[in-house]
Design a protein around this ligand. Sequence first.
Ligand code: ASP
Length: 342
Amino acid sequence: MRNVIKFGGSSLCDGASMIKASKTVDGDTVAVVVSAPGKRWRGDDKITDLLYRSSYGDAAALENVRRRFENISRSALIKDEILGEIFTSDFKDRLWDAPFIASRGEFFSAKIMAELLGYEFVDAADVIVFDSGGAPDIPSSIERIKAAIKDKNVVIPGFYGANKNGNIVTFPRGGSDITGAVVAAAANAKIYHNRTDVPGFMFCAPEHCEKYRVIPKMTYGEAYFLSRGGAGVIHADAVEISRRYGTVINVRSSFDKSSPGTLIGDFPRAFGVYGISGKATSDKLCAVSVGIHREDDGFDEARRLVISKTPAEPLEMTDDGMVFSVPVEKFDKTMQTLAAIL
Ligand code: ASP
């Protein structure tokens, strides 16, 4: 069995977590994709945010990155050489190059994880291809990854790649999920294991739902719809790539084994309202996405119920759900009222 695992940043936030994460990688795993170290606690900074701030001239942020990288290297018992590979004079000279600087978080995580696992480090700049317009070239990337993982196990940094001129280009924020989906497609993985800090895809974000539950199985369409709506569990583009290449995704917590998480694949569609997600779209407005299938029996009834609980008419209606735009001050209440009908 060939599996691909992608670890999110909160699972790699410090040295101890990196060691713990590396111990969950089993022998069937041909490739591991990693995010940059994330928040260690609520209110902490993600390395990627610190790196962006560094590239805009914030010296304190850069110092903070250095300290965190040093601590991780020490507690993961990794040689300081890796730090030397990052903080080269090239790094200081390229602070203006925000994509390059931002990519060093994933680069660093992958170097450490490769050492911990004894896997080969493959730089995403050599295998994830972007075209001159900044769009990822998925078929070319898959070809390159196939060649890179032939007969060996590898660790690949998420979030970035390079264009034909060798310049680093990044995916949107949260884009390591996209790298994971591309690598899983290239490896022909049975399952793309997306390991994160939540037990799986929830019917609704826990802050809005008292008894939040994990959705055991979802279709690609359902996961895509709720992700686009702001579910924040996996990047919507990663779901779309996995759909295209027929990879089943398993999203679950890296360290909490009590939930098997969510499987995303070609499963039967859910009936009625299958989930809710939301996000701010401006200072004043939020989008609320209600997952509900247009062709389901009972659609009209469910739709009427949803509209009666929402302070606006639907803005958009797709086969997988309805999107509403609500004023910021009504967002929490709307989410809670809708969650109560799940
Ligand atoms: N480190 C990047 C971010 O914070 C990419 C990722 O974690 O997926 O957005």
